[in-house]
Write a protein that binds this ligand. Structure first.
Ligand SMILES: [Zn+2]
Ligand SMILES: [Zn+2]
Length: 239
């Protein structure tokens, strides 16, 4: 099976010359079959401290964070690797809508140093609804979690959280609308005593992560944290 996968990778390299998917620049041979070149990755802008201890949004220490103040109990810490700008936004788009599932590896690589990943935790990708999963063919968060698991050796559990119902896409909703849209959307499995880290591609208001975190918490998870590759710039009302 490994031989077959290798042969396929060889065919892919031959069909697609080693050019970066995001800038068309060359990808050096030592990066093997990376889809994104080092230059592009170096341009991704880290979400830098000082951050809100809970939601990971840039924050001043003495002000209450308006982003996570209304979150349900459960999720205690979320960290994101980079801002959703420029080629980082491009990378997410291609992973999510253009079928480049192997981009999960490049995204995971940027996330490996995030604080919630330093403990002995289980990685739980945010599940997609059945309809969206059928349409896309794969879950982008699962691709990222699988790659993170490879990089860190942490176990990936796709059996512990499921969508109870389809939710509307969050894109056009206000922060309040987002929270209402995902309320009760998740159901957790046997997570009692487990240290969980949710994995998602993008953090926007955190409503989805907070709701999934609350479900894990109610089911008895010991800790619930989250990591995302990118973080959307806050809308004016939250800045
Ligand atoms: Zn590039
Ligand atoms: Zn916060």
């Amino acid at each position: 099976m490994a031989g077959f996968a290798e042969a396929l990778a060889g065919v892919e390299r031959w069909l697609l010359p080693p050019a970066c998917l995001l800038c068309d620049g060359p990808v050096p041979a030592r990066q093997n079959d990376a889809l994104v070149c080092e230059l592009c990755r170096s341009r991704w802008q880290p979400v830098a401290a000082p951050l809100c201890g809970r939601c990971g949004q840039p924050a001043l220490a003495d002000l209450e964070c308006r982003l996570c103040a209304g979150w349900p109990e459960g999720l205690t810490r979320v960290r994101s690797a980079v801002w959703l700008r420029g080629s980082a936004r491009d990378a997410v788009h291609r992973l999510k809508y253009e079928g480049w599932r192997r981009l999960g590896e490049s995204l995971a690589d940027a996330m490996r140093g995030l604080e919630p990943l330093t403990g002995r935790v289980s990685l739980i990708p945010i599940p997609l609804g059945a309809r969206r999963l059928r349409a896309r063919g794969y879950n982008q968060s699962e691709r990222i979690a699988a790659a993170l698991g490879e990089l860190t050796g942490l176990p990936v559990r796709v059996d512990l959280l499921r969508r109870r119902r389809e939710t509307r896409t969050q894109t056009a909703l206000t922060p309040e609308g987002r929270q209402a849209n995902v309320a009760g959307a998740f159901e957790a499995g046997l997570v009692a005593g487990l240290a969980c880290v949710l994995v998602d591609d993008v953090f926007t208001t955190g409503a989805t992560l907070a709701e999934a975190g609350a479900a894990l918490h109610r089911a008895g998870a010991r800790t619930v944290e989250g990591v995302t590759f990118a973080r959307a710039e806050p809308p004016v009302s939250l800045a």
